[in-house]
Design a protein around this ligand. Structure first.
Ligand code: 5GP
Ligand code: MN
Length: 345
């Protein structure tokens, strides 16, 4: 049995909205990841079984390694179909905001979502949710939004309506937000949920291969190149990897190719903090990805130095300037956080 994580009043409230709603829109954060797409599709498959008119809208494209997911072809990209998406958002009865805590995380869609008269619900696991939804289901102690979607559906009494496709999507989000169950994954109920998803006929080993082992040759060569340039800061127990636009074009970079790179330096003994700086191809900025093991708070460093945030062990931000400047800022941050980086635990 699962613990009742989500408050009963919120389950009842959403169930009531759902019964009355015809048109439901699901939105997730910019640069959608496995959990953003997994939780959205997990909810989408379920709402389809309830004969709702459901649409998923995300601000921009998601990585190729998520395209196998059932239903992914129906996801609407706001940067390509703005007009149609605006109409759906404006006419929705209910909008479900998944896997983000701040309205700015849906980028250009924010205005339309805020302006819509739809009832809004937030389902998320990031710290400090902003107050833009009537129902706020926010559980930072839960490792993925996909797990929350599973819990919500079950608590409303609809476990039987979770299809194999829906289960595959929920599993994918749970898997990607825990690095294949290698971090944030000590809650035993995760494995109870996986067992329930397996009962729907999912092939978890196949899902792992589809997500993690379907890259191009050039992506693997890019990884080799990036790692050969890695800088380690032994006194700070930290490491930095970088990727310029020039290197991206040399290795035929496509969106998602550098997914997971930031975790690799953490496999070095005594490295507890890893930073990945990537020159963005769309905006004039450096995308910052941070990861840690143990108690080092990447989200604090992200907030103080890179205008970002996120989780304790996985966070990110944006830096408007050159790669060299971003590197200098990181080195300043490492100095400031040196005591914490060297703290035990
Ligand atoms: P990633 O490194 O995979 O891009 O992001 C890891 C986590 O950091 C995300 O799940 C999100 O919580 C957070 N994050 C990434 N980029 C940003 C950003 O620009 N702003 C904020 N506030 N959080 C971010
Ligand atoms: Mn997530």
């Amino acid at each position: 049995m699962l613990t009742k994580v989500i408050e009963q009043s919120k389950i009842d409230h959403f169930a009531k909205w759902m019964e009355r709603a015809d048109k439901i829109v699901i939105v997730a954060h910019v640069g959608p990841d496995g959990d953003a797409i997994g939780s959205s599709l997990g909810l989408w498959h379920f709402l389809n079984t309830q004969d709702k008119d459901v649409n998923i809208i995300v601000p921009n494209a998601f990585p190729d390694f998520l395209r196998w997911m059932p239903g992914s072809k129906d996801i609407l990209l706001y940067d390509r179909y703005k007009e149609f998406a605006d109409k759906l958002i404006a006419e929705a009865d209910v909008i479900c905001c998944l896997d983000f805590n701040a309205i700015s995380r849906i980028d250009a869609m924010a205005e339309a979502v805020l302006a819509s008269p739809a009832r809004k619900i937030l389902i998320d696991h990031h710290l400090n949710p902003e107050d833009f939804c009537r129902i706020i289901i926010s559980h930072p102690e839960i490792s993925s939004t996909s797990e929350l979607v599973f819990r919500l559906i079950c608590r409303m009494g609809y476990f039987d309506d979770i299809t194999k496709s829906g289960a595959e999507c929920i599993y994918t989000g749970m898997m990607t937000d825990t690095g294949g169950f290698t971090y944030n994954s000590n809650n035993r109920e995760i494995y109870f949920i996986i067992s329930e998803l397996l009962s729907k006929g999912i092939d978890k080993d196949d899902i792992y291969r589809k997500v993690y082992n379907t890259y191009s040759e050039s992506r693997l060569r890019l990884m080799g190149h990036v790692l050969s340039q890695m800088k380690v800061y032994p006194d700070h127990r930290a490491a930095l990897i970088t990727l310029t636009k020039k290197e991206q074009s040399h290795f035929n970079y496509i969106r998602g190719d550098s997914e997971g790179f930031v975790n690799i330096p953490l496999s070095i003994k005594n490295v507890v903090f890893s930073c990945f700086l990537r020159e963005d191809t769309e905006k004039p900025m450096i995308k910052v990805s941070l990861r840690s093991v143990g108690s080092f708070p990447c989200n604090r460093l992200a907030a103080e130095f890179f205008n970002g945030g996120g989780h304790l062990n996985a966070s990110g931000g944006e830096f408007y300037g050159t790669l060299e400047e971003a590197k200098k800022v990181l080195e300043l941050a490492l100095e400031k956080f040196k005591p914490l980086l060297n703290a035990k635990g």
